[in-house]
Design a protein around this ligand. Structure first.
Ligand code: GDP
Ligand code: MG
Length: 306
């Protein structure tokens, strides 16, 4: 059997302390599609998703800033979902700067990895090889491996010069499960950011509605268009279970919906670093919580479930 004839597809989580070169690597592997993935490479608070579609594989790179220190209000959400992101990944790339010995944040990352229940395979990437001398390399490489002895592979690379990057790509594709691609070939969108945005809209609605409609709402993203690096257009639908709830969410003269929209828009702007144009609608969908299809398009089930 020739493995190169089989299609591989999967999620690859990229973790590591800030400035080790995670964005540089993902950008380098994605090539042309860079701009859509990372308009602001230094912005660590934004989750990034990069989709690389090749003739033999689709690799979905997920940046997980939530594994680092919480730096803003979203921190708690991100931290709790960071562990889930790691569990759901098919492969984890743990990147370090091999020029420096492990720092407190590297140790933290290693501890977070070790704490994940069903940890996928971890590949340790010793980055910035272009700067290192042999002594430093052997000393630091040993120190990083000691932090997390369960890495199944250790690969020295340079994300900026491209050293070993093709080797890395072919090795990681081999580890991904066989299966159909998750996304259209031309799609490089930031699905993860969309999910957070939907959550922020839900949060804003619950904040303004207080106890009136306890948790009986869901948010569906209808459109998430990045107009350019600075601006995005979002259309979303808030689903409620009853006609009477619809009126409450919209409010007299639309006041409530407007408040929800303003709060959500500010939060999404904080999260994404973009100016957001937000369009909200309200619809009734009785019993969405028990409807598997509704749950699926609302994002409550995993693509990876069979
Ligand atoms: P991130 O915070 O982990 O995403 O790190 P970035 O990708 O933003 O990179 C941080 C800095 O390290 C940038 O100035 C990059 O140009 C630089 N960098 C990344 N990879 C390499 C590498 O392999 N060699 C060298 N010399 N610099 C690199
Ligand atoms: Mg980065």
């Amino acid at each position: 059997m020739k493995t190169q004839n089989l299609y591989h597809a999967g999620y690859v989580a990229v973790v590591g302390k800030p400035n080790v070169g995670k964005s540089t690597l993902v950008n380098a592997l994605l090539g042309q599609k860079v701009a859509a993935v990372s308009p602001r490479p230094q912005t660590t608070r934004r989750r990034q998703l990069g989709i690389l579609t090749l003739p033999n594989a689709q690799v979905v790179f997920v940046d997980t800033p939530g594994i680092h220190r919480p730096v803003h209000r979203l921190g708690e959400f991100m931290n709790s979902s960071a562990a889930a992101t790691l569990e759901d990944a098919d492969l984890i790339l743990w990147m370090v700067d091999v020029n420096n010995p492990p720092a407190a944040e590297d140790i933290l990352v290693a501890e977070r990895l070790a704490a994940v229940n069903r940890l996928p395979r971890v590949m340790l990437l010793l980055n910035k090889m272009d700067l290192v001398d042999l002594d430093t390399l052997s000393k630091n490489s040993a120190a990083y491996q000691a932090l997390f002895p369960n890495a199944f592979q250790v690969l020295p690379i340079s994300a900026s010069t491209g050293y070993n990057c093709q080797e890395l790509l072919s090795q990681l594709i081999d580890t991904l499960p066989q299966g159909a691609p998750f996304f259209d070939e031309e799609q490089v969108t930031d699905f993860y950011e969309r999910e957070i945005a939907a959550d922020l809209i839900r949060e804003a609605a619950l904040l303004h509605l207080r106890e009136e409609i306890p948790h009986a709402i869901a948010v569906r993203m209808d459109e998430y268009k990045e107009r350019d690096a600075e601006n995005a257009f979002i259309a979303a639908t808030i689903f409620v279970e009853k006609e009477s709830h619809k009126g409450i969410v919209i409010g007299r003269g639309g006041v409530m919906l407007k408040q929800i929209g303003t709060t959500a828009r500010k939060e999404i702007e904080n999260m994404s670093g973009r100016k957001i144009f937000l369009e909200l609608r309200v619809k009734v969908n009785k019993n969405w919580r028990n409807d598997p299809n509704a749950l699926k398009w609302l994002g409550y089930s995993l693509d990876t479930e069979n």
